[in-house]
Design a protein around this ligand. Structure first.
Ligand code: NAD
Length: 521
């Protein structure tokens, strides 16, 4: 079919309401270097969660278009894999410069489609930008190993080679950071890429792809296809795709992990979370209080590393923290993320709001105390937005539904324990293992926590311990499936396979004897 090329500027990413622009623009795919409008007759609306205005229309990409994207990536791989790694890095050097240039545009798009505040949206872009900076050092990260003279005149060395076409499937909560966890490292390692952004906020991925093309990424190295379950299943099943990076919920993540690995692909799957803080009696009260409020309610609790449960250990004055936290929360301004003084914006959809409210109610019904209830908040000027104000439940026990499940909203659960042992065991009973933090001035308590806690990312007086890109994002238990984490050395290993070469360069006099025994040195 004739798919017509769009200049990228045809896709409006402005925050203007669609009514002022006529019909909302269709979000283009990127196939073989061209931004193209999908021929699909099926689409879904991308909705501003603060206003319910339709920002754009996201096509459910056809199978034919998907195949064209994979084929473009496969073809581009032939030359891109032979492009010197220094040249590939140079594209990343340029890309990081362009992201900095356009950070305001990216942030505005994120706030419009996802809802977080503009300041938080800048942080979303910045944390992804750091991965682009890290990808500028891919050559060093790929250095292999060499052992000389493993046998007489024989040397062995290892080389890290790209896999081929890789794919990435993204969640809604970090529309810039998570695509940037994926494609920059993949392509700088010499792979080509097919990206499937979240259907809820695809705009940032499209802007980033425009910037990558402007930075000099050759046609076909990065492709974008939009859609939902069908396109994800097509990615899992496609024989030409060698690896899948996924970030999102457990339902989708485990499905993708098993479906794609059954087809022989590598999969890294970062999933849901329930991050805990343990507050010891000796913790510095003011700093801890600020950390709990910021990490519990920032981004309306829609961060996979949001601190959603606090366990106060005997003598740490939970009533004091409860009162103070409620006080701090009442001072927080809940409004559209574009409002300059907004502290937290809406949650992503009406369905998400309903699910969060249901989990709050289930907590109340199973005996938790509602210290602060944000369910009926009214936000002047944004009456149709999916807002929930900060909500605090205390007396939460480990077996309550609201504690077992991820809430992913501005809800802080509070619990109490008599000792550090009891608090650690409370945290470890939860199936997730993304992050956990302790607030204390005792090195002994901190070390015990670090050793015994079953979370992959540990904070000591740090509420959101997300490692910078020279480490890796290391969730565990139900928060991760796979064995090579995102970014850092593990990320480079994920996007490359090892070839081990054994070479012999010497004059071999013919002895006339053929030895069939296993060679030994
Ligand atoms: P989601 O699982 O609903 O969607 C993620 C992606 O999977 C989307 O692109 C979507 O189209 C696709 N998808 C959803 N259901 C599918 C299905 N049944 N079959 C095939 N594909 C499907 O997740 P979300 O709501 O966008 O994101 C929120 C979740 O992501 C939370 O659970 C959060 O903890 C998690 N998350 C985890 C991390 C991490 O690093 N561990 C980071 C960010 C978000």
């Amino acid at each position: 079919p004739a798919i017509f090329a769009l200049r990228s500027s045809h896709f409006s990413t402005a925050a203007e309401p669609s009514s002022k622009q006529g019909s909302p623009p269709s979000v283009p795919n990127l196939i073989g270097g061209s931004f193209v409008k999908s021929q699909s007759s099926a689409s879904i609306d991308v909705i501003n969660p603060a206003t319910q205005e339709v920002v754009s229309q996201l096509p459910l990409t056809t199978n034919e278009e998907f195949k064209a994207a994979v084929s473009a990536a496969k073809q581009a791989f032939q030359s891109w894999r032979h492009t010197p790694v220094t040249a590939r890095q140079r594209v990343m050097f340029k890309l990081q410069e362009l992201i900095r240039r356009d950070i305001d545009k990216l942030a505005l798009n994120i706030t419009t489609e996802q809802g977080k505040t503009l300041k938080d949206a800048h942080g979303d872009v910045f944390r992804g930008l750091e991965v682009v900076e890290h990808a500028c050092g891919t050559a060093t990260l790929q250095i292999g190993e060499y052992v000389s003279n493993v046998s007489n005149g024989i040397d062995t060395y290892s080389i890290r080679e790209p896999l081929g076409v890789c794919a990435g499937i993204c969640p809604f909560n970090f529309p810039a950071m998570i695509p940037l966890w994926m494609f920059p490292l993949a392509v700088t390692c010499g792979n080509t890429f097919v990206l499937k952004p979240s259907e809820k906020d695809p705009g940032a991925s499209v802007i980033l792809a425009e910037l990558a093309m402007e930075a000099g990424l050759p046609d076909g190295v990065l492709n974008i296809v939009h859609g939902t379950n069908d396109i994800v299943n097509a990615i899992c099943d496609d024989e030409d795709i060698k690896a899948v990076s996924f970030v999102g919920s457990n339902t989708a993540g485990m499905h993708i992990y098993s479906r794609a690995s059954a087809k022989g692909k590598r999969v890294q799957s970062n999933m849901g979370a329930k991050n805990h803080a343990i507050v010891m009696p000796d913790a510095s009260a003011d700093a801890t209080l600020n950390a709990l409020v910021a990490a519990g309610f920032g981004a309306a609790g829609q961060r996979c590393m949001a601190l959603s449960t606090v366990v106060f250990v005997g003598g740490s004055k939970p009533w004091y923290y409860g009162e103070q936290t409620c006080g701090s929360c009442q001072a927080l301004k809940v409004s559209a993320g574009t409002e300059p003084d907004a502290d937290l914006g809406p949650v992503i959809s009406k369905q998400a709001k309903e699910r969060i409210c249901k989990l709050i109610q289930s907590g109340v019904e199973s005996g938790a105390r509602l210290l602060l209830d944000g369910r009926n908040i009214a936000v002047p000027g944004y009456e149709h937005g999916n807002f929930i104000g900060p909500t605090i439940l205390s007396n939460v026990t480990a077996d309550m539904e609201c504690h077992k499940e991820e809430i992913f909203g501005p809800v802080l659960l509070c619990s109490e324990a008599d000792s550090l042992e009891e608090a650690i065991s409370f945290v470890n009973r939860n199936k997730y293992g993304n992050g956990a933090s302790i607030f204390t001035t005792s090195g002994v308590a901190a070390r015990k926590f670090q050793t015994e806690i079953e979370a992959g990312q540990v904070g000591i007086n740090v509420p959101i311990p997300v490692p910078l890109p020279f480490f890796s994002f290391t969730g565990n238990k139900a928060s991760f499936a796979g064995d090579l984490n995102f970014y850092g050395k593990a990320g480079v290993n994920f996007f490359t396979q090892i070839k081990t070469v054994t070479q012999q360069w010497k004059n071999l006099p013919g002895s006339g004897v053929v030895n069939l025994a296993m060679p030994t040195s």
